[in-house]
Design a protein around this ligand. Structure first.
Ligand SMILES: Cc1cc2nc3c(=O)[nH]c(=O)nc-3n(C[C@H](O)[C@H](O)[C@H](O)COP(=O)(O)OP(=O)(O)OC[C@H]3O[C@@H](n4cnc5c(N)ncnc54)[C@H](O)[C@@H]3O)c2cc1C
Length: 439
């Protein structure tokens, strides 16, 4: 992409001047377009895919973790950072205007009930990301947003710190008073997020940190994990280790994949694992029962073995942990799972407990940016006025969603950031257009 010096509007093939042009019809762009239209602006939404919200539809494994039910804004904002630095001073203002409560009200009031699951993750009651998409789509239809799908925005024309028009791949120009960039980051490019907005922002003079995988699945060296592909563990703990030293623990869900492991606990450890890998091999200790201490587990195993003394130890252990993992535990211990429980001695039982609470896995690496859930990187925060999401360099430009250099864990925080920044930008862009027209 290149920016071009502005030609006069009389050259333009498309003469209509919209109040607001939103580029990118993902979560943040759909929200921004709907809000701007609801505020009375004429809005055009430009999306290169044939349909809107392709990534939104695959969020949360197709269930869409729509936000995180943390209502204490300070606690919520502590989850966000920009390359390790706090972001409260930027995010407090937009979150005061549209935070978690407003997000829940937005979707609930539009006929999408929600439910709260572990770690305050909020999902639609329907368990379907389609419900979220439907609400947003109805919202933009009600606002009579003009959606132009299936055509890529190629160029941004700017003059003297002001965008004059954007040019589509079919050479059509789209003119507007305000422009909202909502083209997302670089993760999962097959959904349309190919980093175009980063290039435009750079050419417009913004500093953009190089995108880097932030929440990514891990690949493992251990071949035994391959047979478990698809096995999901809803509540485990993972401790990161290097040279026998512990480097933090993450709890939550985990799923075995063909290449290794994924799921919230894994994604949330990927940043740290990536850092540690720079210094040498990293291993993970998988605790299958983080809610029960080792001593208590031993008591439980002893009681179970006494109760089912003639049963095979494998069958009894499989009542406590998934059967496929029980096989792994016995293999690791080189213990015969077919032995009757009454023949298991104390040392074997204690070793069982230790292994259930600490299966070793060895990290091979991180899957690349293209497989990331979120990419870190983006426009530096000091160059955006977060009260409006307006660029401090380009007076009619607003920037939202994954284009911002903000890291956050898995848990609904990414989409909340889209709802918040999309809403604030939509309102501000509509207001700016109104002000421009009345002058
Ligand atoms: C597999 C997966 C699961 C996830 N699950 C969750 C979850 O459950 N909860 C959560 O909070 N977050 C989740 N995330 C993160 C979340 O999806 C993103 O943070 C969010 O979608 C970012 O929204 P966005 O609008 O900024 O960008 P995107 O959703 O990336 O949308 C950008 C849009 O811009 C369009 N575009 C790009 N370039 C152009 C161009 N040149 N011209 C026209 N259009 C263009 C793209 O086609 C795309 O539609 C998940 C991410 C992934 C990959």
């Amino acid at each position: 992409m290149t920016t071009q010096s502005a030609r006069t509007p009389s050259d333009a093939k498309e003469k209509k001047v919209w109040d607001v042009a939103v580029i990118g019809g993902g979560a943040a762009g759909m929200m921004a377009a709907g809000v701007a239209a609801a505020a009375g602006a004429s809005v055009v939404l430009l999306e290169k895919n044939p349909g809107l919200g392709k990534k939104l539809l695959i969020t949360g494994g197709g269930r869409c973790n729509v936000t995180n039910a943390e209502f204490d804004t300070r606690v919520l904002l502590a989850k966000f950072n920009s390359r390790g630095k706090k972001t409260d001073q930027f995010l407090f203002s937009p979150f005061a205007k549209h935070g978690v409560e407003e997000t829940l009200a937005f979707f609930n009031d539009r006929g999408m009930p929600t439910k709260i699951e572990a770690n305050k993750r909020v999902f639609p009651e329907s368990n379907s990301a389609q419900s979220v998409w439907d609400v947003l789509n109805t919202y933009i239809e009600e606002g009579r947003v003009k959606v132009i799908p299936g055509i890529k925005v190629l160029n941004i024309a700017q003059k003297d710190g002001h965008i004059s028009y954007v040019e589509l791949a079919n050479q059509q120009r789209v003119l507007a008073h305000s422009y909202i960039f909502a083209t997302g980051g670089k993760s999962r490019p097959e959904t349309g997020s190919t980093g175009d907005g980063f290039d435009w922002l750079r050419v417009l003079g913004h500093e953009v940190k190089e995108p880097d995988a932030s929440l990514v699945p891990l690949t493992l060296k251990d071949s035994w994990t391959k047979a478990l592909a698809g096995v999901s563990l809803p509540s485990i703990a993972l401790t990161m280790l290097q040279n026998n030293k512990k480097y933090g623990k993450r709890t939550g869900g985990m799923v075995f994949t063909h290449q290794g492991i994924s799921g919230p606990a894994v994604l949330n450890s990927s940043n740290d694992v990536g850092e540690l890998l720079k210094y040498g091999p990293v291993s993970l200790s998988l605790d299958l029962l983080p809610g029960i201490a080792l001593d208590a587990l031993d008591v439980q195993l002893r009681a179970s073995f006494e109760e089912d003394s003639n049963k095979k130890v494998r069958n009894v252990v499989s009542k406590i942990i998934p059967a496929s993992l029980a096989d792994v535990v016995f293999e690791k211990l080189e213990m015969n799972g077919d032995m009757p429980c009454h023949t298991v001695n104390r040392a074997q039982r204690i070793a069982l407990g230790h292994t259930i609470k600490g299966i070793e896995m060895n990290v091979h690496g991180l899957l690349g940016v293209e497989k990331a859930i979120v990419t870190s990187g983006g426009v530096v925060l000091t160059e955006i006025d977060f009260r409006s999401m307006r660029s401090k360099l380009i007076d009619n430009l607003f920037v939202v969603g994954d284009l911002l250099n903000i890291d956050r864990p898995s848990g609904g925080y990414s989409l909340q950031l889209c709802w918040t920044t999309g809403t604030v930008a939509g309102l501000s862009a509509a207001e700016a257009a109104k002000a421009h027209k009345t002058h």
